[in-house]
Design a protein around this ligand. Structure first.
Ligand SMILES: Cc1cc2nc3c(=O)[nH]c(=O)nc-3n(C[C@H](O)[C@H](O)[C@H](O)COP(=O)(O)OP(=O)(O)OC[C@H]3O[C@@H](n4cnc5c(N)ncnc54)[C@H](O)[C@@H]3O)c2cc1C
Length: 390
């Protein structure tokens, strides 16, 4: 096989890149390790920045998001079991955020790929990238028991944190930055109506988040020890722990029900630099991970893909490689802004094991400052709805 761009990974980053390249009539092939059903049932993010909404619309896959997604003008921060601060996103920044499940977006992208006739190969095994610093890179893989090879101009590494692309950049040319947080998030999905607005809560028992996927699907989280197993957490224990971390009037409004998904995720900040090595270009979680507190992981995948797709379009339209040359530094500029915001939100809202009294007072004072300062709320709001792409 010969193509212009070989895309590794068909998560949100790879599938969206494929859609934009299709619109620009740039030949490409997508290789995905998992089955289609597996990817479509993987419960993950659900909060889109407004820039992401605009990229998804421009790519021609925004119709269902606009019909079924839920635009939100504010988020609530709660602490100490009694304080509630509504942060008025739209009033402070002129922009909103959109609640729309990653699985829904993924389905929209796969349906578009079906309509486009995209070469999207699921269950691709042993994917490996070769000769990425040459003018003739190629990808090998095994599919249906047959060894295959794709020659290409560029390889887009959209294969997530555990993929093969990042590892293809020699250690001597790669710098990695990492922070592991000393707790996890226990998340559940329930077919119950969500609260009208997202609520982030900081309580002496730990962090909690009331989020939404659609009018009859709610996503809730509580901070838990990373060593915990989901077997330790019956639904009853989850609901009572979440309620204990919220002001009573908010807890009373939660409609509980059986969980249809339950999982524990570790929290990590991670960045690998650079995001380009020869003709291999990384996008999304393959290059960076953020703790989900700032709702940035999926949005960074979208912003990377926006920058990368524009660079590839310029290259194939008129041979202009300036965008590709700038891609890594432009993308990393935005990545670090989101890494910083996600770290700050995580630090502000979680209880850290072993935190000193001094550190605890600093956290409380910062929340009080936020409540008293329109400038501080604007700062939070403009980062939450998303900073500009470049
Ligand atoms: C468990 C979990 C929970 C999350 N929850 C939230 C949340 O609540 N809120 C939030 O904002 N963000 C959340 N995120 C982050 C968000 O979902 C990611 O940032 C987003 O999925 C990034 O998209 P991506 O396409 O870059 O990577 P991915 O979604 O990871 O997609 C990468 C794709 O590449 C495929 N792949 C991997 N290796 C290979 C290979 N060798 N060959 C071919 N294909 C390969 C994978 O199967 C996958 O389909 C969560 C992430 C995880 C992992």
């Amino acid at each position: 096989m010969r193509t212009s761009v070989a895309i590794i990974g068909a998560g949100p980053a790879g599938a969206l890149l494929s859609q934009i390249l299709h619109n620009a009539e740039i030949d490409h092939v997508v290789l995905e390790r998992q089955t289609r059903d597996y990817v479509l049932t993987r419960i993950r993010a659900g909060v889109l920045e407004w820039s992401s909404v605009e990229v998804i619309r421009a790519a021609g896959v925004g119709d269902r998001m606009d019909a079924d997604g839920d635009a939100h003008d504010l988020i609530n921060l709660a602490w100490g079991g009694k304080h509630v601060l509504p942060v008025q996103l739209k009033a402070l920044t002129g922009r909103q955020m959109m609640a729309y499940g990653q699985t829904e977006l993924q389905q929209d992208l796969y349906e578009a790929a079906d309509r486009n006739g995209t070469a999207l190969i699921f269950s691709a095994e042993n994917v490996a990238v070769h000769d990425v610093t040459s003018d003739s890179p190629y990808v090998t893989f095994r599919h249906n028991g047959v060894d295959e090879r794709i020659d290409c101009d560029y390889i887009a590494g959209c294969d997530g944190f555990h993929g093969v692309s990042r590892a293809a950049i020699p250690e001597s040319e790669r710098t990695e930055f990492e922070r592991i947080y000393p707790f996890g998030w226990l998340g559940i999905l329930s077919e119950t109506p969500p609260l009208p607005h997202l609520v982030y809560t900081n309580h002496e028992r730990g962090f909690g988040l009331c989020s939404t996927r659609n009018p009859m699907l709610s996503r809730y989280y509580v901070q838990c020890p990373i060593e915990d197993s989901i077997d330790d957490w019956s639904d009853d224990r989850f609901w009572s722990e979440l309620a204990a971390r919220l002001p009573t009037h908010i807890a009373n409004d939660i409609v509980t029900g059986p969980s249809i998904e339950k999982s524990i995720a570790p929290l990590r900040s991670f960045v690998a630099e650079p995001m380009r090595h020869g003709n291999l270009l990384l996008a999304g979680d393959s290059a960076h991970i953020v703790p989900p507190t700032g709702a940035k992981g999926l949005n960074l995948a979208v912003s990377d893909v926006h920058l990368l797709s524009q660079a590839l379009i310029a290259r194939y339209a008129n041979g202009d490689t300036a965008g590709l040359d700038q891609y890594s530094s432009d993308a990393l500029h935005r990545v670090w802004a989101s890494v910083r915001f996600s770290w700050w939100m995580t630090t502000l809202l979680h209880r850290f094991p072993g935190a000193t009294d001094f550190e605890q007072r600093m956290q409380e004072r910062e929340l009080e400052y936020l409540a008293s300062s329109a400038a501080a709320q604007t700062s939070l709001a403009e980062q939450y709805v998303g900073v500009p792409f470049v």
